[in-house]
Structures are given as C-alpha cells and as structure tokens.
Design a protein around this ligand. Structure first.
Ligand code: NAD
Length: 496
C-alpha cells in the first residue's frame, strides 16, 4: 500500500511516526493509500524548516514574491484537471465541481498577486511640525493552516496565497481524509519557484493539530472545520497568544417569499442542496417556505430531483458519494430520526440506484417536509444530501427562525420585492447573504466568513480581511533634525 508522506523543506518527509490512516476512493469504497499521521516531533521538523526559510522569504522583494505567485497561478490553471482528478478520487465530488473548486481557489491567487498594492502603508507629512508619521505592514512569521475534507484544494487556497505573498512561511495540515491535493499544491508551488521550506505540509489528526496549536514559533492559525473543533482550536490557539481565525460549521436557510419565482427557487434549492452531495459549508439545508407556496415548491423540487444522476464523479453524474462509510451512515441515520419525529419523507435517498460501484459510500438526494424545529434533523449540521422544508406563515416567522440558529454562515432570500430583500439584508444575523442567489460565496476581493458559531475570531478568510490577518501593522513617527528643533522639553509629546 502506498504511504503518503509529509512535505517538508521542499521534499517528501516520512518523519518518525508509525501511525497511518486509510484514504478511500469514496466511489468504490477501496482504500487507495495510507497517509502518515504526524507526531509532535514531525510537526516540529516542519516548523523548523519554515522558520529557517522565513528570513530570506520575508525580506525578498515584493516583486520576487509576486513573480512566484504569478507563475503558480499559471501552473495551477494549466494543471487544474490533474488536481481535479485527485479531488474526485479522494473526495468523490464530480469533475465539474472539482474544477469549480479550483477556479474559486485561483481567484484568491489572483487577488494575492496584488499584495504589494494591498499591503501598502500610509504616510502623513508634517503630522506635527517637522514630524512625519507612516505605517508599514510586515509578515507574522510562520503561519499554520488546518483545513477540512470538503474542499481539499480551495480551503488551503483561501489562505496560503495571501500568507505567502505577505512574506510568511506556511505549515499546512490538510484533512487526513483527502490529503493528496495539499501535497500536489506544494509541488506546484515549488515548480513556480517558491524556495524550499517556505511551504510545508504535515498530515495528521488531533496530535498534529495540538502540536501546531501549542508550538511557540507559529504566529497564527487559520482553521476551517466543524464548530466544536473550531471552538477548541480558537480557545487553545489564543491561549498560547496566537492570532486565530477559526471558521466553523453551518446550517444555511433559504427564505422563500410567496412572490418569488418558484422555478428559480426550485433550481437553486436543488443546486445548493445537493451539489457536492451537500458537503459544502454553504450548502442550503433548510428551505423556509412562507405559505402558501410550500406545496407547489416541493412538487417542483421533487420533479427536478428525479432527474439527478448519482454516481462515480469521473462519469457524467450530478452528484458523487459521501466522504466515508461512517459519514454516510451518520447522514442516513438522520432519516431514521426524521421518521421517528413525524417528518414527511418526500424523496428518500436510501437505496438509490447509482452509476458506480456498489461498495461506494452512496446516499441519494433526500427531501423532507414539515420538519419540526425541535428535531435533530433541523438542529444539527447534517452535511449530506438532505434538504429540509420548514413551513412558516410570515416573513417575520421565517426571519426569527434563521436568527434563532446557532449558526450564521450563509443564507438566501428569494423574492421579487426589493424592499423585503433590503429589509432581510439588514435584519438577518448571518455573515453571507444571497438575494436570489443560493450560495453567496463572496468573490476573491471580498472576505468569506460567517457569524455566531460559524466563525470564532473577528477576521474572515481571504480578501481584505486576510491582508490584515497575515500582516502586522507598524506605525513609525520620524523627525530629522533641522535648525528649528526646540531643545529639552519633558512634557508629553503633543502635536503642534
Ligand atoms: P473537522 O472539524 O472534522 O476537521 C477539520 C480539521 O480538524 C481537519 O484537519 C481534522 O484533521 C482536524 N480535526 C478533526 N478532529 C480533531 C480534533 N479532535 N482535534 C483537533 N483537530 C481535529 O471537519 P471536516 O469534517 O473535515 O469538515 C467538515 C466541516 O467543516 C463541516 O462542519 C463544515 O461546515 C465545515 N466547513 C466550514 C467552512 C466555513 O467556511 N465555515 C468551510 C468548509 C467546511
């Protein structure tokens, strides 16, 4: 069995660990390789490589760093199908979706190529007589990135292009469930001319994460994953004085007003509910239908679901398998809960016919109606192809439901009433809002992140927030002596 190694100092690195974890092809259920699980010592080796590479990289000119990012952009774009194949093989998402993930990651690389402009400081001449004040932004040092399974390329790409452009060195710990894309990205960075040691990948589980969180030479943590782990990472990382941004889970609602275009709503609900088998943090999980539209809308959604093809992502399918057998069984378990809680199962994804190996981790698209908000089906982040419908009588009732959720990642309103949409934008307590757009992932020059239990820390991913996160601002006050200097004065400096 092939063993996937870490990537340290520009080369594969086995480290000392004898622990490994299986990596599956979710469409066949086969174990395709084993991935090493780093020990604390292995993490220390990666951090040492990054620390050694940091001084030269952080003092290289902006132009030099930009050249590497421009080259990386071209290489990743040219080789996107190779990377997409890795994503489909280990994650299961269909090829078109994998290519979409890479395209969204490339947006961040493109944004990062503008870093010399984005990180410019300010200058005030004569803030006081003969005194100038200016600011610069400098890199943090070695930064840690810990990413989830559902976007093995895009989530690391949310962070490292900006971190690198700013002059930081990186230690990335990708999900152990689909770890190969991270190593491929490391190889492409090397091809683009990134000096060895500036970007390192350590594979692992809790032991590796804890070693990163506790390491004194790591300046910041960018984490994306489930809410309990995000909270843990935030608390443990900040306890050791690190700058931490920890993006957590989600339960995204789509509010449908009676005046909405129900065909657009049905298309959007199906796309956002079942794309990537519902394993997206911006997936729509709950359709909140303001009556009297629910019956008509459910019929339209079910009609579209009947045409969805589930199967091996390398074939022409709409939706692939779930990430592991355990996860598939956990998601299917929610359908048993739904039955107990009196939910109406409109479309049942269990036992679906698939275009793929019978041993794959399959669960078909599922539609649930009249889901009580007390049910775990409504409360929990299911992270699978399960779309729930909750019926409400008014806009206010729908809004209260959304604002009552512990999560606040994404939401959408569908309506033809501009006033209602404007009111929703103002009143909803969610970090990313779509108006007649079901998956409102901001473009690369805005920032991505939720509110409440969907983000711990005050800084979102990519965009302007990332420029701030991966740099430290320094303010300088300078005076050059001239004949008018005033001699000794022990008073507190005042501007004059
Ligand atoms: P996860 O929380 O299980 O894992 C995320 C990372 O944490 C992985 O690298 C994993 O190895 C590590 N980890 C797992 N258990 C740990 C533990 N006990 N201690 C320390 N580290 C641990 O998440 P996942 O299942 O890989 O990804 C799916 C989750 O990520 C969903 O909840 C989804 O909503 C969330 N997500 C959020 C966003 C966002 O932007 N808010 C984006 C993508 C995914």
């Amino acid at each position: 069995m092939t063993i996937l190694d870490h990537w340290v100092n520009g080369a594969t690195f086995s480290g000392e660990s004898s622990r490994t974890a299986p990596v599956y092809n979710p469409a066949t259920g086969e174990t395709t390789k084993e991935v090493r699980l780093a020990t604390t010592t292995d993490v220390e080796a990666a951090v040492a490589a990054a620390s050694a590479a940091y001084p030269a990289w952080s003092t290289a000119s902006w132009a030099k760093r930009q050249q590497v990012l421009f080259a990386f952009r071209e290489i990743l774009n040219a080789r996107r199908e190779e990377v997409a194949a890795i994503l489909t093989n280990e994650h299961g998402k269909v090829t078109a979706d994998a290519l979409g993930e890479i395209a969204r990651g490339l947006e961040v690389v493109e944004f990062a190529t503008a870093m010399p402009h984005l990180a410019k400081g300010e200058y005030t001449e004569n803030a006081s007589t003969g005194v100038d004040v200016y600011s610069v932004r400098q890199p943090l040092g070695v930064v840690g990135i810990i990413s989830p399974f559902n976007f093995p390329a895009m989530v690391p790409l949310w962070f490292f292009p900006i971190a690198l452009a700013a002059g930081n060195a990186v230690v990335l710990k990708p999900s152990e469930k689909d770890p190969s894309a991270a190593v491929k990205l490391a190889e492409l960075l090397q091809e683009a001319g990134l000096p060895d040691g500036v970007f390192n990948v350590v594979h692992g589980d809790k032991e590796a994460v804890d070693a990163i969180l506790d390491h004194p030479d790591i300046a910041s943590i960018s984490f994306v994953g489930s809410t309990p782990i995000a909270k843990y990472v935030y608390e443990r990382g900040t306890a050791t004085g690190k700058r931490v941004q920890a993006l957590g889970g989600a339960k995204n609602h789509m509010l449908v007003l009676p005046d909405a275009d129900l065909d657009l709503v049905a298309d959007s609900a199906v796309n956002a509910g079942f794309g990537s088998a519902g394993e997206r943090c911006m997936a729509i999980s709950v359709v909140v239908a303001v009556e009297p539209v629910a019956d008509e809308l459910i019929a339209k959604i079910a009609e579209r679901m009947a045409g969805l093809k589930v199967g091996d992502g390398t074939r022409s399918c709409d939706m692939g398998p779930l990430i592991t057998r355990e996860h598939r069984d956990k998601v299917a378990g929610y359908l048993d809960t739904a039955e107990k809680d009196g939910v109406e199962i409109v479309v049942d994804g269990r036992g679906i016919e698939v275009d793929g190996d019978a041993n794959g981790f399959w669960l078909g698209p599922t539609l649930l109606d009249k889901v009580p908000t007390s049910s775990a089906v409504y409360q929990d982040e299911i992270f699978g192809p399960v779309l729930s419908v909750v019926r409400v009588a008014t806009y206010e009732e729908g809004l209260a439901l959304i604002n009552g959720s512990r999560y606040g990642n994404g939401t959408a309103i569908f309506t033809n009433d501009g006033g209602a949409a404007r009111r929703f934008q103002r009143e909803v307590t969610v970090g990313m809002v779509g108006i007649n757009v079901p998956i409102p992932v901001p473009v690369g020059y805005y920032s991505f992140g939720g509110w409440k239990d969907s983000l711990f820390g005050d800084t979102k991913a990519y965009g302007p927030d990332a420029v701030h996160f991966f740099t430290r601002q320094k303010a300088i006050t300078q005076r050059w002596l001239d004949p008018s200097h005033g001699g000794v004065d022990l008073g507190f400096p005042r501007n004059g």
